[in-house]
Ligand binder design. Structure first.
Ligand code: TRP
Length: 333
């Protein structure tokens, strides 16, 4: 069956993917890969915006993200996995777009603002400030229709839509305006109960952790501080563990809510049940991962084939872009 519409989304390779990535976007990609022509970009150039001093970790991290994709069930027959830096057309497109995106627009981007605070950037680099432009090139080199992402990425999709409208109006209509697709859980809280689940905040449960590690981490999750004894009535609405039950344990969540409020289930039992539910989700992922751990060359082959296919799509798009921008001086001579 020919797939009519295209998805592009992706991740920065900065380490293992975690449950936040799973519900934020991976789950939607899995669901939609049969229906949409799906491209997943491993955004290594974007990772350099913060990791430019330590590029040696990238080669491991790029493979790690691909391994996570494959382990969760991304099917390389349905989905094209590509590496951003291996498609120079994306860098070229970024430069052209950067002519008509204003510094003001970039400085107002709320995600850029909060990330720069998180990384403690007083004086932002040009590349960091401008990465939403590069992300617009990621999304448009293949003219994607849909971009499944977490909520924090919405300003970047909005920026991409602006760029597309401007390009089409300045030159010729080459691009489609992509739509965001927000997941059922726009923001998964971390084990600390305060911040978004994130590697840099050390509050994450990773997709490649063992069953024991998962249970151990769940035991550290923030619960209702008013509950001291197991039979104190609880307040699930302020409990991180309950938030996870809502996301990962649909079968038991109603009963757990009642028992917590009535003080008939203790926090330790409640956490054990969450650990079980999480491990049910993670077990098939662990099993699928084994295949790639045994044969890591499979991962390289899948990345190379995907990148090659994506590159030919990018070359086709750049022909249209250069023509639209009148940069095709010698093509007809
Ligand atoms: N900025 C995204 C993140 O931090 C990663 C990313 C790069 C991306 N290029 C993309 C997401 C294109 C969607 C579409 O998670």
């Amino acid at each position: 069956m020919k797939k009519e519409k295209r998805i592009l989304t992706g991740d920065r390779p900065t380490g293992n993917l975690h449950l936040g990535h799973y519900v934020g976007s991976l789950e939607n990609r899995l669901k939609l890969q049969k229906e949409y022509d799906t491209f997943l970009i491993i955004a290594d150039v974007q990772a350099l915006t913060t990791n430019f001093e330590t590029p040696e970790s990238l080669s491991k991290d790029v493979r790690q993200v691909a391994e996570d994709y494959l382990a969760v069930g991304i099917d390389p027959e349905e989905t094209t996995i590509l590496v951003q830096s291996m498609i120079p057309e994306i860098a070229e497109l970024t430069i052209y777009y950067s002519m008509f995106v204003t510094i003001n627009q970039l400085q107002r981007n709320p995600t850029i603002k909060s990330e720069s605070k998180q990384y403690g950037y007083q004086d932002m680099s040009y590349g960091f400030l401008g990465y939403p432009i590069s992300q617009a090139a990621d999304i448009t080199f293949c003219n994607a229709d849909l971009v499944p992402v977490g909520q924090d990425q919405l300003p970047h999709i909005e920026q991409t839509r602006k760029i597309v409208r401007r390009f089409n109006q300045l030159y010729e209509p080459v691009f489609k305006e992509p739509e965001p697709l927000i997941s059922r859980v726009p923001r998964l809280v971390g084990l600390d109960g305060e911040n978004k689940m994130s590697k840099s905040l050390d509050n994450a449960i990773y997709l490649n952790e063992s069953a024991e590690e998962v249970i151990k981490k769940v035991m550290t999750a923030k619960t209702d501080p008013a509950r001291i004894r197991a039979d104190d009535p609880g307040h699930p609405e302020v409990c991180t563990v309950f938030e996870y039950h809502q996301v990962f344990n649909e079968h038991e969540v109603n009963e757990i809510e009642k028992s917590c409020k009535a003080g008939t289930i203790g926090c330790v039992d409640c956490k054990k049940r969450l650990g079980r539910a999480l491990n049910e989700l993670l077990e098939p992922i662990r099993e699928r991962r084994q295949k790639y751990i045994k044969k890591p060359e499979l991962i390289d082959q899948i990345i190379m084939a995907g990148t090659k296919k994506a590159k030919s799509v990018a070359e086709e798009t750049m022909k249209q872009v250069r023509e639209a921008m009148k940069l095709d001086y010698f093509n007809n001579k």
